[in-house]
Design a protein around this ligand. Structure first.
Ligand SMILES: [Zn+2]
Ligand SMILES: [Zn+2]
Length: 232
């Protein structure tokens, strides 16, 4: 099917083209079926941390040191051709990639039958300085269409990141944890019992674990982590 509104859509940021191959897709604003099939997924993820395991339901580390969240669910693995798309979305403000990326996650979540949905979705906040520099928070842009499709409330105002954390990648493990200590706090009281945190890419999971810990200290019983891509 050819869209005669392609120019309009491109001009107004609603490109119907596949973000990976730039071809017109059968479903506007989605990855085309071929590119979608080329995106790597984790076939047997640990039910807690989401990392691949050869067999069973939980990795050894989660059995001995369970993380402060219930489950980490990622749509895909962070690798080509997804990685440059996420980088362009974040660093070149290609905001029209948010929708197709968000649908990868929504589709993944809808695959599970009988799941209990959270009361709300909380995107990982950016520190004010980072948000001013970037002009948007990528996690909010991804969370908005996911919340809409799953009909779950979106709360992007309650949680704040009040310390300008240094780039995690440049730090050692112990420094990373200290760096994240008390990085998140609440602007107002919350009464949720079950929430999902959304981020674009999860690498070490230290950031989302710090946020989950903070939410649990405020009475949230179950915290899930949802992300577009998991770096392995
Ligand atoms: Zn494609
Ligand atoms: Zn695990």
């Amino acid at each position: 099917m050819v869209y005669n509104c392609t120019l309009f859509n491109l001009l107004f940021g609603y490109a119907p083209l596949c973000p990976a191959c730039s071809q017109v897709t059968d479903k506007p604003r989605h990855f085309c079926p071929a590119c979608r099939n080329s995106l790597a997924t984790i076939s047997n993820p640990c039910k807690k941390c989401g990392l691949p395991i050869p067999q069973g339901s939980h990795c050894g580390r989660c059995l001995t040191h369970p993380p402060p969240f219930e489950a980490l669910i990622s749509a895909c693995v962070y690798q080509f051709p997804l990685s440059p798309i996420i980088q362009q979305f974040k660093f070149s403000a290609r905001l029209y990639f948010a929708y197709p990326l968000s649908q990868l996650l929504a589709d993944r979540l809808l695959q599970d039958s009988g799941r209990t949905w959270p009361e709300c979705i909380i995107p990982v906040p950016l520190h004010n300085a980072r948000q001013r520099q970037r002009g948007f928070n990528q996690a909010v842009e991804l969370a908005r269409p996911v919340a809409k499709r799953l009909n779950i409330a979106l709360d992007h105002g309650s949680c704040t990141r009040h310390k300008h954390t240094r780039q995690q990648a440049s730090l050692k493990r112990s420094q990373r944890q200290a760096n994240l200590h008390k990085a998140f706090s609440l602007r107002r009281a919350i009464s949720y019992r079950h929430v999902a945190i959304i981020d674009d890419v999860v690498t070490t999971a230290n950031t989302v674990a710090a946020m989950a810990e903070m939410l649990r200290s405020h009475g949230v019983e179950t915290v899930e982590i949802w992300c577009i891509a998991r770096a392995l």
